[in-house]
Write a protein that binds this ligand. Sequence first.
Ligand code: URA
Length: 233
Amino acid sequence: MRLDRFLSNRPALNRLDARLHLAQGHVRVNGSPVLDGRYEVRLFDRVELLDELLQAGKPARYFMLHKPVGYVSATQHPDHPTVIDLLDEQDKADLHLSGRLDLNTSGLMLITNDGLWSRRLTLPSNKLPKVYYVETADPIQPEYITTFAAGLYFEFEDLTTMPAQLDILGERHARLTLVEGRYHQVKRMFGHFRNQVMHLHRESIGPIMLDPALAPGEYRALTEAEIACGLPN
Ligand code: URA
């Protein structure tokens, strides 16, 4: 919500009061005066008017989880345990998943209470590379490389996938780098060649790599550097 609106929503303040307080530098956000009423107040901001605390600001929280196979990328599910069940944290209802993985996919999941951060991370225009390790039922042919690089037409969405990089590691295993996240994208890309994906594991999202110290089901807080990759320069 805009700061001017946030202020004038207070029972003791009207719009004119709010404007005057702003103009006189009476309003501080995270310790610094803010004069511009268009400032977007976030849940995490500490907002003060003179010596009155209007909002304490919640701590922003960011985690990486090693998602195991068999867990749903959702906050609740009637039939399966969810990745949120794996977190031993307070206020889990505030947390959301920044991107999803299929039930039988393992690997890096990012979880946060910062909606702006996860929106930036998942914004298609940011083209953050997501790297997947893939094992298939049948041999992976060299022609897949050019087909994936050219993009595949997905009829359901009526779109052509963005260029993807395939590195063939062995007869039935490869590393695939995507810059978008369409529904079941990896499985559908291999499905184009009628080659079933038997095992799928996300290794990284942009510069954030799944910490090899995390066993399936374990998680840790992101470091400052990892968090910074979702923020503007
Ligand atoms: N592509 C898929 O097919 N499944 C995933 O879980 C992620 C990407």
